[in-house]
Design a protein around this ligand. Structure first.
Ligand code: APR
Ligand code: PHB
Length: 395
């Protein structure tokens, strides 16, 4: 077995791990990332693409915001489509000038990977059998296999950034975690296509046939979603079948404007709400999807990962630079206050926009009443806008 030492061992090279690694490096804190997959595999994942201002600011602080500002699309509003009409939620006007940035998570990951490589920072891809050791004691370590050899990475702290199926949360002793979960009775069938967007802003559609979302990655690349049964399969959907169903779920103007083309990616994702508490165990910190999952309706997954990383990077910098552990002690509570508010918003928006088989006619009527109230009440629209652009980070 080989042995090396670092200050912070980061498990997972997704957005959480890469962003944390960059912010720690900028503060002079040595860190090593261990990633189970290859870099190409990580980049091959298609994920969401709406960034809150807080996330944009963190990417700038990490020194990786240039391409986002150059290629990203700033949006001032979103549209809600129901009963054959579209209603715009003026995010910019209702939040005192805030916006969101449409920029794919794949691109965020690419920018973070490139920066890490340019700085010559240590990332071990294809690290197998990652095992966390002794994080509840005076020291901690992570062992892993790479190139047929077992390695030990001794460290002061471990950042569990390895997602919902990772080793970090699974390493926490039984009974030490309280988990909360809601599984939604449907999935999202997603398609990526090199076609121009239906509209210059995102369209969320509540239709009796099911939810639909028109999103985008650029002026020439679009991302669409259809609510589908949990047991549906992407391979059952031809491109034409997808486009025909999407048209049926859009208002006439949007349906008319839809430009179709070959799907370059087609997949189904389940929807769940999940929160694990607390998010710290001694020297182990959970961040991002390792600690929480939100249904994608509110586009909060990446933004919550970024806010966890904000709190964790500040806590570790404070520990090393100021010899204070106040941030470390407050980490879990600071993250969870924002996690629960984003989870609530994601659940609310999902409940409002999707068809739920077991709520019957009254469920449909209650949705209609809430949509009517939402688009005709400045107070209700403001509440949605504040959550969609992202609530402030606690100071
Ligand atoms: N050992 C090492 N790496 C692991 C392990 C393990 N045992 N298990 C998982 N990983 C890696 C995965 O391969 C992945 O690259 O950890 C990384 C976790 O990345 P994400 O799942 O993307 O989670 P996170 O970085 O928190 O980003 C959250 O990604 O899934 C989306 O919607 C989510 O937008 C949100 C964002
Ligand atoms: C996406 O572009 O993938 C996307 C956008 C907004 C959402 C969810 C997904 O709410």
């Amino acid at each position: 077995m080989t042995t090396r030492r670092t200050q912070v061992a980061i498990v997972g090279a997704g957005p959480s791990g890469l962003l944390l690694g960059q912010l720690l490096h900028k503060a002079g804190i040595d860190n090593v990332i261990l990633e189970r997959q290859s870099a190409d595999y990580v980049l091959g994942r298609i994920r969401a693409g709406v960034l809150e201002q807080t996330t944009m600011d963190l990417l700038d602080a990490a020194g990786v915001g240039a391409r986002m500002h150059a290629e990203g699309l700033r949006h001032d509003g979103v549209e809600l489509s129901f009963d054959g009409q579209r209603h715009r939620i003026d995010l910019h006007g209702l939040t005192g000038g805030k916006q969101v940035m449409v920029y794919g998570q794949t691109e965020v990951t690419r920018d973070l990977m490139a920066a890490r490589e340019a700085e010559g920072l240590a990332t071990v891809y294809d690290a197998k059998d990652v095992a966390l050791q002794g994080f509840d004691g005076a020291t901690s370590a992570v062992t892993y296999r790479h190139g047929g050899v077992t390695h030990e990475l001794q460290c002061d702290y471990i950042a569990g950034c390895d997602g919902y199926h990772g080793a970090s949360r699974a390493s926490v002793p039984d009974g030490a975690l309280k988990t909360h979960e809601r599984i939604y009775p449907f999935g999202w069938l997603g398609v990526l296509a090199d076609t121009p967007p239906v509209s210059h802003e995102l369209i969320y559609s509540n239709h009796e046939r099911g939810f639909a979302l028109c999103s985008m990655r650029s002026a020439t690349r679009t991302r669409y979603y259809l609510q589908c049964p949990l047991d549906d399969k992407a391979e059952r959907w031809s491109d034409d079948a997808f486009w025909d169903e999407l048209r049926r779920r859009l208002d006439p103007e949007a349906a008319e404007s839809l430009v179709t083309g070959p799907a370059i990616e087609k997949s189904i994702a389940p929807l769940r709400s999940f929160v694990a508490e607390p998010m710290r165990f001694g020297r182990l910190f959970l961040a991002g999807d390792a600690a929480h999952i939100v249904p994608p309706t509110g586009a909060k997954g990446l933004n919550l990962a970024a806010s966890d990383v904000h709190y964790l990077s500040r806590a570790l910098i404070e520990h090393y630079a100021e010899r204070s552990d106040a941030g470390i002690r407050a980490y879990s509570d600071s993250c969870l206050r924002r996690v629960w508010k984003a989870s609530r918003f994601s659940w609310w928006f999902t409940s409002l926009m999707h068809q739920f088989p077991d709520t019957g006619a009254i469920g449909h009527q209650l949705q209609r009443a809430e949509l009517d109230y939402l688009v005709n009440s400045r107070a209700a629209s403001t509440a949605m806008a504040e959550n969609y652009v992202g609530l402030p980070l606690a100071t």
